[in-house]
Design a protein around this ligand. Structure first.
Ligand code: HEC
Length: 145
């Protein structure tokens, strides 16, 4: 067999596969096409409490209405391993009992890369990721501990 024959056979085979695939397409097939429109979407909406946009709006409203303490508590999940579930300390110092202003100051300092104690390097990457409102929320929460 020379190359031309191989190419010809290959082309015919591919054409046959494509032809077979398109002519045998079953338009009435109702299996999963990875789309959910029309009736499917209406059902989904009634089961999930509204359209995707409605759900997202509700989520944003709830988030905006959440207190700083509640948002801070959520963020504090990242601190528990070192500062304890109730701010009692562990790898890091005890946070419970410190005022909102003091916590805000210390976190702002770490975020600016300031050294406070011997292990400040552990706090720099943690604080670096915080926005002003993250710090305010965390401080509000830690202030309640
Ligand atoms: C990997 C462990 C670790 C994690 C995670 C961590 N910290 Fe710390 N944190 C420390 C250590 C260690 C210190 C003491 C640093 C020093 O020597 O200055 C510290 C110090 C602090 C201080 C100053 C305390 C004081 O009285 O001097 C605050 C405030 C603080 N961390 C808040 C947080 C918050 C809020 C989080 C979570 C967003 C967090 N830390 C996550 C280890 C950690």
């Amino acid at each position: 067999m020379n190359t031309n024959v191989i190419v010809a056979v290959f082309t015919i085979a591919v054409t046959a596969i494509i032809w077979f695939g398109t002519t045998r397409n079953d338009a009435s097939w109702t299996g999963n096409r990875n789309v959910c429109v029309g009736e499917c979407y209406e059902t989904w909406k009634s089961e999930n409490g509204g359209s995707i946009a409605d759900i997202e709006r509700t989520k944003q409203d709830l988030l905006a209405a959440a207190s700083p303490e509640a948002l801070g508590e959520k963020y504090y999940g990242q601190c528990i391993a070192c500062h304890g579930g109730n701010g009692e300390g562990g790898i890091g110092p005890m946070l419970a009992g410190q005022t909102v202003a003091v916590i805000t100051d210390k976190l702002t300092g770490y975020r600016a890369g300031e050294a406070r104690g011997a292990q400040s390097a552990l706090m720099w990457p943690v604080a670096k990721a915080m926005s002003d409102s993250d710090i305010a929320n965390i401080a509000a929460y830690v202030g309640t501990l």
